[in-house]
Design a protein around this ligand. Structure first.
Ligand SMILES: [Zn+2]
Length: 469
């Protein structure tokens, strides 16, 4: 009889969703992990015969899946929950959301990232793609490493023509342009600022290339971004197709859509991701389908436009025609991490397109990994991939009646249903709590940070009902 292969850890008694090429599911499954990598996935009886783990972790019949990846989240922006809304801000009516974004210190960014990182783990997310909207990336990276969540970072607000921002309302801010000036020189200098992180393959924080997009980049900046991403074999991201106003302004300026221009420039390829794409002209669809690019779908950003009556979403249709689509929350001011799937499901139904629970899981695992340029390392449970694994709770009510665990996971599972989370082979969440940090200390820190930020900007709680002290 052959000797069993030793390994560090084996997850046993799991309902394992592999997301491998055949999308195999093992109802009595196991995953063997050695160091930072997965070494075997399959039926428990087979792995028990072939591997000798030093430790085992009993999933108690619960779902085991690859860590979810949010393909686009402004990680520090969730801290302004409840501060800005449809009512004018009573403390400082002239201060908008972009002013808030610009007035941030490294301590605030560290606190906000730790807070968001914990929320991610608790919702079964192990990785996020940050689109270049943090000012002190080292403070953000340090928070990611301490929480134990994986991140992709890019240079900060890379843009060199911001006239179009005047069409974007609350995203337009003088403070922001003072802090992140629109400049080709600055943008070219910072384009590859985060790529040094890729020299350490064990780092949880990696670099990629992103520019802000939405018509804020010259042709030269667009080309330089794509070239650098190609040279370093990383993803190239930008926002595009966001609001009808910016889409129309771009069209008037260019005599064609921005997407047509980007495709002409050769910057939309297999490693490119276009974020939002609420507007895609029919005339651009045939060329777009040939690019192999990813569309990053953020349903709540679409809902937030209030344009449902006139703006029919194209992404679910393009997914059905073979485009890679990844889900994202974009910002978490009014929603929580992990809610993009339910939004996408509802929006696709409204469009009359059947986006199934399996599709939603793919858009947060293997397809999101492709959008991040990480498909060789993340996105599925397969030998050789990084051990980024979520074990759901066998007790969480939202995982029942458990007739169709994929349906439950895609549409019901939220915070509280993730029991154990493993990132890079390390258990970072156990029993729904951080194994590394004092959860309550993280919450206290973010509360203190937000209080300081509100005081700096003169903001007060935006409460409609009379408060009786
Ligand atoms: Zn965004």
């Amino acid at each position: 009889m052959n000797a069993k292969r030793a390994c560090d850890l084996m997850i046993v008694n799991g309902y394992v969703l592999s997301l491998d090429r055949e999308r195999r599911v093992y109802p009595s499954g196991a995953v063997a992990i050695d160091g930072a990598h997965i070494v075997a996935v399959g039926r428990e009886q087979d792995l028990a015969a072939s591997h000798a783990p030093r430790r085992t972790l009993d999933a108690r019949g619960a779902v085991v899946h690859p860590g979810f990846i949010d393909a686009h989240v402004h990680i520090v922006h969730g801290t302004c929950r409840g501060i800005f809304g449809d009512r004018p801000q009573p403390g400082a009516p002239g201060v908008n959301f972009a002013d808030w974004k610009a007035d941030v210190t490294p301590e605030d960014e560290n606190a906000a990232t730790a807070f968001a990182g914990l929320e991610m783990l608790r919702n079964g997310f192990t990785c996020f793609v940050e689109p270049g909207s943090v000012f002190d990336s080292d403070a953000v990276a340090a928070a990611c490493e301490s929480v134990g969540v994986r991140a992709m970072l890019a240079g900060c607000y890379l843009w060199d023509q911001i006239e179009i921002m005047s069409t974007l309302g609350k995203l337009d801010s003088k403070r922001m342009y003072e802090r992140a000036p629109a400049s080709l020189d600055r943008s070219l200098r910072e384009l590859g600022k985060e790529l040094h992180r890729n020299r350490d393959p064990e780092s949880l924080v990696r670099g990629y290339v992103a520019i802000y997009g939405l018509g804020t980049a010259s042709d030269e900046l667009e080309r330089a971004g794509k070239k650098l991403a190609d040279e370093h074999k990383v993803a190239f991201h930008q926002h595009d197709g966001y609001t009808p106003e910016s889409h129309a302004a771009d069209r008037a300026r260019l005599g064609k859509t921005r997407l047509a221009r980007l495709m002409e420039l050769g910057v939309v390829g297999a490693n490119s991701a276009l974020v939002h794409m609420n507007l895609i002209d029919d005339s651009d669809v045939p060329d777009l389908l040939k690019t192999g690019a990813t569309l990053v779908w953020s349903p709540h950003a679409y809902f937030g436009l209030g344009s449902a009556a006139t703006l029919r979403p194209k992404i679910p249709h393009l997914y059905k025609r073979g485009m890679n689509v990844a889900l994202a929350v974009d910002g978490t001011m009014d929603i929580r991490i992990g809610e993009a799937a339910a939004g996408a499901f509802a929006l696709a139904r409204q469009e009359g397109v059947a986006i199934e629970p399996e599709d939603l899981i793919e858009m947060q695992t293997i397809r999101a990994a492709k959008s991040a340029g990480m498909e060789r390392e993340l996105g599925s449970l397969e030998p050789g991939k990084r051990a980024d694994i979520v074990v759901r709770s066998a007790e969480a009510a939202e995982t029942y009646p458990a007739v169709n665990p994929v349906h439950q996971l895609a549409l019901m599972a939220r915070e509280g249903s993730a029991d154990t989370v493993i990132v890079n082979g390390q258990i970072v969440l156990r029993g729904g709590r951080s194994t590394r940090l004092d959860d309550m200390a993280v919450l206290a820190e973010v509360k203190a940070s937000v209080k300081r930020r509100m005081s700096r900007l003169g903001l007060v709680p935006n409460l409609a009902w009379p408060v009786v002290n």
